[in-house]
Design a protein around this ligand. Structure first.
Ligand code: BES
Ligand code: MN
Ligand code: MN
Length: 457
Protein backbone atom coordinates (compact mmCIF):
# COMPACT_ATOMS: atom_id res chain seq x y z
CA UNK A 1 0.00 0.00 0.00
CA UNK A 2 2.88 2.35 0.82
CA UNK A 3 4.32 1.81 -2.66
CA UNK A 4 0.99 2.53 -4.24
CA UNK A 5 0.54 5.79 -2.40
CA UNK A 6 4.12 6.76 -3.16
CA UNK A 7 3.74 6.11 -6.88
CA UNK A 8 0.53 8.15 -7.01
CA UNK A 9 2.18 10.97 -5.06
CA UNK A 10 5.19 11.06 -7.39
CA UNK A 11 3.07 11.06 -10.53
CA UNK A 12 0.16 13.15 -9.36
CA UNK A 13 0.58 16.05 -11.71
CA UNK A 14 1.14 13.91 -14.79
CA UNK A 15 -1.92 11.78 -13.95
CA UNK A 16 -3.97 14.93 -13.84
CA UNK A 17 -2.45 16.44 -16.99
CA UNK A 18 -3.18 13.30 -18.96
CA UNK A 19 -6.80 13.24 -17.78
CA UNK A 20 -7.09 16.89 -18.80
CA UNK A 21 -5.84 16.03 -22.28
CA UNK A 22 -8.48 13.33 -22.49
CA UNK A 23 -11.20 15.71 -21.28
CA UNK A 24 -10.30 18.28 -23.94
CA UNK A 25 -11.61 16.00 -26.70
CA UNK A 26 -15.30 16.78 -27.27
CA UNK A 27 -16.20 13.13 -27.75
CA UNK A 28 -19.97 13.59 -27.95
CA UNK A 29 -21.35 10.41 -29.47
CA UNK A 30 -24.90 11.70 -29.94
CA UNK A 31 -24.04 14.52 -32.34
CA UNK A 32 -22.46 13.67 -35.74
CA UNK A 33 -20.67 17.03 -35.87
CA UNK A 34 -18.22 15.71 -33.27
CA UNK A 35 -17.35 12.61 -35.28
CA UNK A 36 -13.69 13.52 -35.95
CA UNK A 37 -13.23 14.33 -32.26
CA UNK A 38 -14.76 11.06 -31.12
CA UNK A 39 -12.43 9.16 -33.46
CA UNK A 40 -9.40 11.10 -32.21
CA UNK A 41 -10.36 10.28 -28.65
CA UNK A 42 -10.31 6.56 -29.44
CA UNK A 43 -6.77 6.95 -30.84
CA UNK A 44 -5.67 8.85 -27.74
CA UNK A 45 -7.05 6.13 -25.45
CA UNK A 46 -5.28 3.46 -27.52
CA UNK A 47 -1.98 5.35 -27.29
CA UNK A 48 -2.33 5.75 -23.54
CA UNK A 49 -3.02 2.04 -23.11
CA UNK A 50 0.10 1.22 -25.13
CA UNK A 51 2.18 3.71 -23.18
CA UNK A 52 1.02 2.16 -19.93
CA UNK A 53 2.23 -1.25 -21.13
CA UNK A 54 -0.73 -2.93 -22.81
CA UNK A 55 -0.20 -5.43 -25.64
CA UNK A 56 -2.38 -6.08 -28.69
CA UNK A 57 -3.83 -2.59 -28.49
CA UNK A 58 -6.36 -2.13 -31.24
CA UNK A 59 -8.88 0.48 -32.24
CA UNK A 60 -11.57 -1.96 -33.32
CA UNK A 61 -13.91 -0.64 -35.97
CA UNK A 62 -17.64 -1.20 -35.63
CA UNK A 63 -20.63 0.05 -37.60
CA UNK A 64 -20.49 3.06 -35.26
CA UNK A 65 -17.67 4.39 -33.12
CA UNK A 66 -14.68 2.14 -32.44
CA UNK A 67 -14.02 0.06 -29.37
CA UNK A 68 -10.53 0.38 -27.93
CA UNK A 69 -9.03 -2.92 -26.84
CA UNK A 70 -5.79 -3.71 -25.07
CA UNK A 71 -4.51 -6.46 -22.79
CA UNK A 72 -1.64 -7.68 -20.68
CA UNK A 73 -1.58 -11.40 -20.11
CA UNK A 74 1.09 -12.20 -17.54
CA UNK A 75 0.26 -15.77 -16.67
CA UNK A 76 -2.45 -18.04 -18.02
CA UNK A 77 -2.88 -19.50 -14.53
CA UNK A 78 -3.86 -16.12 -13.06
CA UNK A 79 -7.39 -14.77 -13.14
CA UNK A 80 -8.30 -12.19 -15.76
CA UNK A 81 -10.01 -8.87 -15.12
CA UNK A 82 -11.88 -7.25 -18.00
CA UNK A 83 -12.08 -3.49 -17.49
CA UNK A 84 -14.94 -1.79 -19.29
CA UNK A 85 -15.42 1.95 -19.67
CA UNK A 86 -16.58 4.51 -22.21
CA UNK A 87 -14.71 7.41 -23.79
CA UNK A 88 -17.82 9.05 -25.25
CA UNK A 89 -19.71 11.72 -23.35
CA UNK A 90 -23.16 13.29 -23.27
CA UNK A 91 -23.78 16.51 -25.21
CA UNK A 92 -22.71 19.53 -23.13
CA UNK A 93 -25.92 21.52 -23.71
CA UNK A 94 -27.16 23.89 -22.41
CA UNK A 95 -23.80 25.57 -22.89
CA UNK A 96 -24.76 28.87 -21.32
CA UNK A 97 -25.18 27.21 -17.93
CA UNK A 98 -21.54 26.13 -17.73
CA UNK A 99 -19.37 28.35 -15.52
CA UNK A 100 -16.31 27.34 -17.56
CA UNK A 101 -16.38 25.70 -21.01
CA UNK A 102 -17.20 21.97 -20.94
CA UNK A 103 -14.14 20.92 -22.91
CA UNK A 104 -11.64 23.14 -21.13
CA UNK A 105 -11.19 21.25 -17.87
CA UNK A 106 -10.87 23.66 -14.96
CA UNK A 107 -10.14 23.05 -11.30
CA UNK A 108 -12.24 24.87 -8.73
CA UNK A 109 -12.20 23.97 -5.08
CA UNK A 110 -10.35 20.70 -5.70
CA UNK A 111 -12.80 19.54 -8.34
CA UNK A 112 -12.30 19.05 -12.06
CA UNK A 113 -15.10 20.66 -14.06
CA UNK A 114 -15.57 19.25 -17.57
CA UNK A 115 -18.00 17.12 -19.57
CA UNK A 116 -16.96 13.53 -18.92
CA UNK A 117 -14.94 14.41 -15.81
CA UNK A 118 -16.84 11.75 -13.87
CA UNK A 119 -18.87 9.99 -16.60
CA UNK A 120 -16.75 8.23 -17.61
CA UNK A 121 -13.36 9.60 -18.64
CA UNK A 122 -12.19 10.45 -15.13
CA UNK A 123 -13.33 7.05 -13.95
CA UNK A 124 -12.07 4.73 -16.68
CA UNK A 125 -8.77 6.59 -16.88
CA UNK A 126 -8.11 5.67 -13.24
CA UNK A 127 -7.86 2.07 -14.49
CA UNK A 128 -5.34 3.01 -17.15
CA UNK A 129 -3.19 4.76 -14.54
CA UNK A 130 -3.66 1.98 -11.98
CA UNK A 131 -2.50 -0.43 -14.69
CA UNK A 132 0.59 1.71 -15.31
CA UNK A 133 1.19 1.79 -11.57
CA UNK A 134 1.01 -1.99 -11.24
CA UNK A 135 3.31 -2.47 -14.24
CA UNK A 136 5.90 -0.13 -12.74
CA UNK A 137 5.46 -1.24 -9.19
CA UNK A 138 5.91 -4.99 -8.84
CA UNK A 139 3.85 -6.30 -11.73
CA UNK A 140 0.28 -7.41 -12.34
CA UNK A 141 -1.40 -9.74 -9.85
CA UNK A 142 -4.02 -10.61 -12.51
CA UNK A 143 -4.18 -10.59 -16.28
CA UNK A 144 -5.96 -7.52 -17.53
CA UNK A 145 -8.05 -6.73 -20.59
CA UNK A 146 -9.42 -3.31 -21.46
CA UNK A 147 -12.48 -2.63 -23.53
CA UNK A 148 -13.28 1.07 -23.76
CA UNK A 149 -16.19 1.91 -26.02
CA UNK A 150 -17.45 5.07 -27.69
CA UNK A 151 -21.20 4.60 -27.86
CA UNK A 152 -22.32 4.03 -24.27
CA UNK A 153 -24.19 7.31 -24.07
CA UNK A 154 -26.20 6.43 -27.17
CA UNK A 155 -27.16 2.91 -26.21
CA UNK A 156 -24.10 0.79 -27.15
CA UNK A 157 -25.94 -0.52 -30.18
CA UNK A 158 -22.86 -1.98 -31.90
CA UNK A 159 -21.41 -3.55 -28.81
CA UNK A 160 -23.51 -6.69 -28.91
CA UNK A 161 -22.08 -7.75 -32.27
CA UNK A 162 -18.56 -6.98 -31.07
CA UNK A 163 -19.02 -9.03 -27.92
CA UNK A 164 -20.54 -11.93 -29.88
CA UNK A 165 -17.69 -11.89 -32.40
CA UNK A 166 -14.95 -11.59 -29.78
CA UNK A 167 -15.95 -14.08 -27.14
CA UNK A 168 -12.52 -15.64 -26.95
CA UNK A 169 -10.66 -12.35 -26.84
CA UNK A 170 -12.93 -11.02 -24.08
CA UNK A 171 -12.77 -14.13 -21.94
CA UNK A 172 -12.29 -13.11 -18.32
CA UNK A 173 -13.20 -14.02 -14.77
CA UNK A 174 -14.81 -10.73 -13.89
CA UNK A 175 -15.81 -7.45 -15.50
CA UNK A 176 -14.68 -4.43 -13.50
CA UNK A 177 -16.41 -1.11 -14.16
CA UNK A 178 -16.00 2.31 -12.61
CA UNK A 179 -18.98 4.19 -14.02
CA UNK A 180 -21.28 4.46 -11.01
CA UNK A 181 -21.54 6.50 -7.81
CA UNK A 182 -20.66 6.15 -4.16
CA UNK A 183 -22.86 7.54 -1.41
CA UNK A 184 -20.06 9.89 -0.32
CA UNK A 185 -16.36 9.78 0.45
CA UNK A 186 -17.27 9.30 4.13
CA UNK A 187 -19.65 6.49 3.22
CA UNK A 188 -17.98 4.45 0.51
CA UNK A 189 -20.37 2.10 -1.24
CA UNK A 190 -20.54 -0.45 -4.03
CA UNK A 191 -23.49 -0.56 -6.40
CA UNK A 192 -24.95 -4.04 -6.63
CA UNK A 193 -27.54 -3.43 -9.27
CA UNK A 194 -28.48 -1.23 -12.19
CA UNK A 195 -31.81 -0.50 -13.74
CA UNK A 196 -32.72 -1.36 -17.30
CA UNK A 197 -34.12 1.08 -19.79
CA UNK A 198 -36.76 1.34 -22.46
CA UNK A 199 -36.58 4.58 -24.43
CA UNK A 200 -39.20 5.78 -26.91
CA UNK A 201 -40.30 8.84 -28.78
CA UNK A 202 -43.94 9.76 -29.32
CA UNK A 203 -45.50 12.09 -31.82
CA UNK A 204 -49.07 13.31 -31.66
CA UNK A 205 -50.49 14.82 -34.83
CA UNK A 206 -53.76 16.72 -35.16
CA UNK A 207 -54.70 18.93 -38.11
CA UNK A 208 -52.75 18.74 -41.37
CA UNK A 209 -51.06 22.13 -40.74
CA UNK A 210 -50.39 24.68 -38.02
CA UNK A 211 -53.52 26.77 -37.49
CA UNK A 212 -54.43 30.26 -36.33
CA UNK A 213 -55.29 29.62 -32.69
CA UNK A 214 -58.05 32.24 -32.76
CA UNK A 215 -59.69 31.12 -35.95
CA UNK A 216 -59.58 27.39 -35.16
CA UNK A 217 -58.82 27.20 -31.44
CA UNK A 218 -61.66 25.63 -29.47
CA UNK A 219 -62.89 23.66 -32.44
CA UNK A 220 -59.90 21.46 -33.20
CA UNK A 221 -57.96 19.33 -30.69
CA UNK A 222 -54.58 20.85 -29.90
CA UNK A 223 -51.94 18.06 -30.10
CA UNK A 224 -49.85 19.78 -27.41
CA UNK A 225 -52.76 19.72 -24.98
CA UNK A 226 -53.67 16.15 -25.89
CA UNK A 227 -50.05 15.01 -25.49
CA UNK A 228 -49.83 16.72 -22.09
CA UNK A 229 -53.02 14.96 -20.96
CA UNK A 230 -51.87 11.60 -22.25
CA UNK A 231 -48.53 11.95 -20.49
CA UNK A 232 -50.16 13.13 -17.27
CA UNK A 233 -52.38 10.04 -17.28
CA UNK A 234 -49.36 7.72 -17.21
CA UNK A 235 -49.09 8.18 -13.42
CA UNK A 236 -52.02 7.84 -11.02
CA UNK A 237 -52.60 9.82 -7.83
CA UNK A 238 -50.10 7.61 -5.97
CA UNK A 239 -47.52 8.05 -8.72
CA UNK A 240 -47.87 4.46 -9.81
CA UNK A 241 -47.49 3.92 -13.54
CA UNK A 242 -50.84 3.19 -15.19
CA UNK A 243 -49.71 1.15 -18.19
CA UNK A 244 -51.53 -2.20 -17.89
CA UNK A 245 -49.11 -5.02 -17.12
CA UNK A 246 -46.24 -2.64 -16.38
CA UNK A 247 -45.55 -4.09 -12.92
CA UNK A 248 -46.40 -7.71 -13.76
CA UNK A 249 -42.81 -8.95 -13.78
CA UNK A 250 -41.51 -6.81 -10.93
CA UNK A 251 -40.34 -8.92 -8.02
CA UNK A 252 -41.07 -7.37 -4.65
CA UNK A 253 -38.08 -7.12 -2.38
CA UNK A 254 -38.08 -9.04 0.87
CA UNK A 255 -38.35 -7.00 4.09
CA UNK A 256 -34.67 -7.77 4.75
CA UNK A 257 -33.63 -6.48 1.35
CA UNK A 258 -35.69 -3.34 1.88
CA UNK A 259 -34.16 -2.80 5.29
CA UNK A 260 -30.66 -3.17 3.89
CA UNK A 261 -31.38 -0.51 1.29
CA UNK A 262 -32.92 1.81 3.82
CA UNK A 263 -30.00 1.36 6.21
CA UNK A 264 -27.74 3.36 3.92
CA UNK A 265 -27.09 6.83 5.32
CA UNK A 266 -29.43 9.36 3.77
CA UNK A 267 -30.25 12.89 4.76
CA UNK A 268 -33.46 14.00 3.13
CA UNK A 269 -32.96 17.67 3.96
CA UNK A 270 -29.50 17.69 2.34
CA UNK A 271 -30.81 15.80 -0.66
CA UNK A 272 -33.52 18.42 -1.20
CA UNK A 273 -31.17 21.35 -0.61
CA UNK A 274 -28.68 19.98 -3.14
CA UNK A 275 -31.45 19.84 -5.74
CA UNK A 276 -33.21 23.05 -4.77
CA UNK A 277 -36.59 21.41 -4.29
CA UNK A 278 -39.04 21.85 -1.40
CA UNK A 279 -40.61 18.45 -1.63
CA UNK A 280 -39.71 15.05 -3.00
CA UNK A 281 -41.97 13.17 -5.37
CA UNK A 282 -42.37 9.50 -6.11
CA UNK A 283 -44.23 6.26 -5.92
CA UNK A 284 -46.26 6.06 -2.74
CA UNK A 285 -45.11 3.47 -0.22
CA UNK A 286 -41.41 3.61 -1.07
CA UNK A 287 -38.44 5.55 0.27
CA UNK A 288 -36.14 7.62 -1.91
CA UNK A 289 -33.48 4.91 -2.27
CA UNK A 290 -36.14 2.32 -3.01
CA UNK A 291 -37.67 4.59 -5.63
CA UNK A 292 -34.38 5.18 -7.43
CA UNK A 293 -32.80 1.77 -6.97
CA UNK A 294 -35.51 -0.84 -6.82
CA UNK A 295 -38.64 0.49 -8.48
CA UNK A 296 -39.38 1.04 -12.16
CA UNK A 297 -40.12 4.59 -13.26
CA UNK A 298 -41.34 6.56 -16.26
CA UNK A 299 -39.90 9.95 -17.12
CA UNK A 300 -40.42 12.50 -19.84
CA UNK A 301 -36.94 13.39 -21.07
CA UNK A 302 -38.05 16.08 -23.49
CA UNK A 303 -41.27 17.59 -24.76
CA UNK A 304 -41.86 20.01 -27.59
CA UNK A 305 -44.34 21.31 -30.07
CA UNK A 306 -45.65 24.61 -31.37
CA UNK A 307 -43.89 27.92 -31.10
CA UNK A 308 -40.87 28.08 -28.82
CA UNK A 309 -39.02 31.06 -30.35
CA UNK A 310 -38.76 34.65 -29.10
CA UNK A 311 -41.94 36.53 -28.23
CA UNK A 312 -45.41 35.19 -28.85
CA UNK A 313 -47.07 33.48 -31.80
CA UNK A 314 -50.73 32.56 -31.68
CA UNK A 315 -50.62 29.14 -33.21
CA UNK A 316 -52.38 25.84 -32.78
CA UNK A 317 -49.58 23.42 -33.63
CA UNK A 318 -50.28 20.47 -35.87
CA UNK A 319 -47.84 18.25 -33.95
CA UNK A 320 -46.37 17.73 -30.51
CA UNK A 321 -43.74 15.25 -29.41
CA UNK A 322 -42.01 13.84 -26.40
CA UNK A 323 -39.12 11.57 -25.53
CA UNK A 324 -40.09 9.16 -22.80
CA UNK A 325 -38.02 6.57 -21.01
CA UNK A 326 -38.77 3.94 -18.43
CA UNK A 327 -36.23 2.57 -15.97
CA UNK A 328 -36.69 -1.12 -15.34
CA UNK A 329 -35.90 -3.40 -12.45
CA UNK A 330 -34.87 -7.07 -12.39
CA UNK A 331 -37.14 -9.48 -14.21
CA UNK A 332 -38.67 -6.72 -16.37
CA UNK A 333 -37.70 -6.86 -20.03
CA UNK A 334 -37.12 -3.82 -22.16
CA UNK A 335 -38.79 -5.24 -25.30
CA UNK A 336 -41.89 -6.25 -23.41
CA UNK A 337 -42.15 -2.85 -21.70
CA UNK A 338 -41.66 -1.11 -25.04
CA UNK A 339 -44.57 -3.09 -26.47
CA UNK A 340 -46.80 -2.49 -23.44
CA UNK A 341 -46.10 1.24 -23.60
CA UNK A 342 -46.76 1.40 -27.34
CA UNK A 343 -50.05 -0.47 -27.12
CA UNK A 344 -51.23 1.65 -24.20
CA UNK A 345 -50.20 4.97 -25.70
CA UNK A 346 -51.97 4.16 -28.95
CA UNK A 347 -55.05 3.05 -27.05
CA UNK A 348 -55.42 6.19 -24.91
CA UNK A 349 -55.13 8.55 -27.86
CA UNK A 350 -58.46 10.24 -28.67
CA UNK A 351 -59.75 10.05 -32.23
CA UNK A 352 -58.92 13.71 -32.76
CA UNK A 353 -55.21 12.90 -33.09
CA UNK A 354 -52.91 10.30 -34.58
CA UNK A 355 -50.08 8.82 -32.54
CA UNK A 356 -46.76 7.52 -33.71
CA UNK A 357 -44.47 5.71 -31.25
CA UNK A 358 -40.85 5.15 -32.28
CA UNK A 359 -38.62 3.03 -30.06
CA UNK A 360 -35.08 4.17 -29.36
CA UNK A 361 -32.71 1.99 -27.36
CA UNK A 362 -33.24 -0.40 -24.52
CA UNK A 363 -31.19 -2.22 -21.93
CA UNK A 364 -31.76 -4.89 -19.35
CA UNK A 365 -31.59 -4.49 -15.57
CA UNK A 366 -29.03 -6.39 -13.50
CA UNK A 367 -28.28 -7.37 -9.96
CA UNK A 368 -24.61 -8.12 -9.35
CA UNK A 369 -23.60 -10.82 -6.87
CA UNK A 370 -22.40 -9.88 -3.39
CA UNK A 371 -21.19 -13.35 -2.48
CA UNK A 372 -18.54 -13.67 -5.20
CA UNK A 373 -14.78 -13.62 -4.84
CA UNK A 374 -14.69 -10.50 -7.01
CA UNK A 375 -17.16 -8.65 -4.80
CA UNK A 376 -15.17 -9.63 -1.74
CA UNK A 377 -12.01 -8.35 -3.41
CA UNK A 378 -13.71 -5.02 -4.07
CA UNK A 379 -14.94 -4.89 -0.47
CA UNK A 380 -11.42 -5.53 0.85
CA UNK A 381 -9.86 -2.99 -1.50
CA UNK A 382 -12.29 -0.25 -0.48
CA UNK A 383 -12.10 -1.12 3.19
CA UNK A 384 -8.33 -0.82 3.05
CA UNK A 385 -8.17 2.40 1.10
CA UNK A 386 -11.11 4.21 2.73
CA UNK A 387 -10.73 2.73 6.21
CA UNK A 388 -14.39 1.71 6.09
CA UNK A 389 -16.33 -1.18 4.63
CA UNK A 390 -18.42 -0.27 1.58
CA UNK A 391 -22.20 -0.19 1.87
CA UNK A 392 -24.02 -2.11 -0.88
CA UNK A 393 -26.48 0.07 -2.81
CA UNK A 394 -28.71 -0.29 -5.85
CA UNK A 395 -27.95 2.21 -8.58
CA UNK A 396 -30.69 4.03 -10.43
CA UNK A 397 -28.76 4.46 -13.67
CA UNK A 398 -28.25 1.98 -16.48
CA UNK A 399 -25.23 0.38 -18.11
CA UNK A 400 -26.84 -2.01 -20.57
CA UNK A 401 -23.65 -3.92 -21.35
CA UNK A 402 -23.56 -5.39 -17.85
CA UNK A 403 -26.50 -7.65 -18.68
CA UNK A 404 -25.00 -8.28 -22.10
CA UNK A 405 -21.67 -9.47 -20.67
CA UNK A 406 -23.57 -11.83 -18.44
CA UNK A 407 -25.76 -13.20 -21.21
CA UNK A 408 -23.10 -13.49 -23.92
CA UNK A 409 -19.94 -14.23 -21.98
CA UNK A 410 -21.32 -15.58 -18.72
CA UNK A 411 -19.22 -13.07 -16.78
CA UNK A 412 -20.50 -11.14 -13.77
CA UNK A 413 -19.58 -7.55 -13.07
CA UNK A 414 -18.26 -5.60 -10.11
CA UNK A 415 -19.40 -1.98 -10.14
CA UNK A 416 -16.64 -0.14 -8.34
CA UNK A 417 -17.54 3.47 -9.03
CA UNK A 418 -15.93 6.48 -7.38
CA UNK A 419 -18.29 9.22 -8.58
CA UNK A 420 -20.96 10.97 -6.57
CA UNK A 421 -24.58 11.49 -7.56
CA UNK A 422 -23.92 15.20 -7.03
CA UNK A 423 -21.19 15.19 -9.73
CA UNK A 424 -23.77 16.52 -12.18
CA UNK A 425 -23.53 13.69 -14.70
CA UNK A 426 -25.27 14.64 -17.95
CA UNK A 427 -25.83 18.16 -16.49
CA UNK A 428 -23.98 21.45 -16.91
CA UNK A 429 -20.87 21.81 -14.72
CA UNK A 430 -20.18 18.10 -14.47
CA UNK A 431 -17.34 17.54 -12.05
CA UNK A 432 -15.07 14.96 -10.49
CA UNK A 433 -13.18 15.45 -7.29
CA UNK A 434 -9.41 15.23 -7.75
CA UNK A 435 -9.38 13.38 -4.43
CA UNK A 436 -11.69 10.69 -5.83
CA UNK A 437 -9.53 10.36 -8.94
CA UNK A 438 -6.40 9.62 -6.93
CA UNK A 439 -8.33 7.50 -4.45
CA UNK A 440 -9.58 5.37 -7.33
CA UNK A 441 -6.05 4.95 -8.72
CA UNK A 442 -4.97 3.77 -5.26
CA UNK A 443 -7.89 1.40 -4.73
CA UNK A 444 -7.88 -0.38 -8.11
CA UNK A 445 -4.48 -2.12 -7.63
CA UNK A 446 -5.78 -3.42 -4.30
CA UNK A 447 -8.73 -4.95 -6.11
CA UNK A 448 -6.36 -6.79 -8.45
CA UNK A 449 -4.22 -7.90 -5.53
CA UNK A 450 -7.15 -9.28 -3.51
CA UNK A 451 -8.88 -10.76 -6.53
CA UNK A 452 -5.73 -12.76 -7.28
CA UNK A 453 -5.30 -13.75 -3.65
CA UNK A 454 -8.90 -14.77 -3.06
CA UNK A 455 -8.99 -16.65 -6.38
CA UNK A 456 -6.12 -18.73 -4.99
CA UNK A 457 -3.39 -17.65 -7.38
N1 BES B 1 -22.51 6.05 -16.02
C1 BES B 1 -23.86 6.16 -16.42
C2 BES B 1 -24.80 5.25 -15.64
C3 BES B 1 -24.83 5.44 -14.15
C4 BES B 1 -24.63 6.66 -13.55
C5 BES B 1 -25.09 4.35 -13.35
C6 BES B 1 -24.65 6.79 -12.17
C7 BES B 1 -25.15 4.47 -11.99
C8 BES B 1 -24.92 5.70 -11.40
C9 BES B 1 -23.97 5.86 -17.89
O1 BES B 1 -23.00 6.55 -18.64
C10 BES B 1 -25.29 6.36 -18.39
O2 BES B 1 -25.51 7.53 -18.36
N2 BES B 1 -26.14 5.45 -18.89
C11 BES B 1 -27.37 5.82 -19.49
C12 BES B 1 -27.96 4.70 -20.27
C13 BES B 1 -27.59 4.65 -21.72
C14 BES B 1 -28.29 3.51 -22.39
C15 BES B 1 -27.81 5.94 -22.45
C16 BES B 1 -28.38 6.18 -18.43
O3 BES B 1 -28.35 5.64 -17.32
O4 BES B 1 -29.21 7.01 -18.75
MN1 MN C 1 -21.16 6.33 -17.80
MN1 MN D 1 -23.70 8.66 -18.81
Amino acid sequence: MQNIKQYVEQNKQRFLDELFDLLRFPSVSADPKYKPDVLETADYVAKKLSDAGADKVEVCQTAGYPIVYGEKIVDAAKPTVLVYGHYDVQPPDPLELWKTPPFEPTVRDGKIYARGACDDKGQFYMHVKAFELMMQNGGLPCNIKFMIEGEEEVGSSNLEIFVKENKQRLKADVVLISDTSMISMEHPSLETGLRGLSYLEVEVTGPNRDLHSGVYGGAVANPATILAKMIASLHDENNHITIPGFYDDVIDLTPDERNAINDAPYNEAEYMTDLGVDELWGEKGYTTFERTGTRPTLEVNGIWGGYIGEGAKTVLPSKASAKISMRLVPNQHSDKIRDLFTAHFEKIAPKSVKVKVTPHHGGEPVVTPTDSVAYQAAQKAITESFGKAPIPTRGGGSIPIVALFEAELGIKTVLMGFGLDSDALHSPNEKYDIYNYYKGIETIPLFHKYFAELSGS
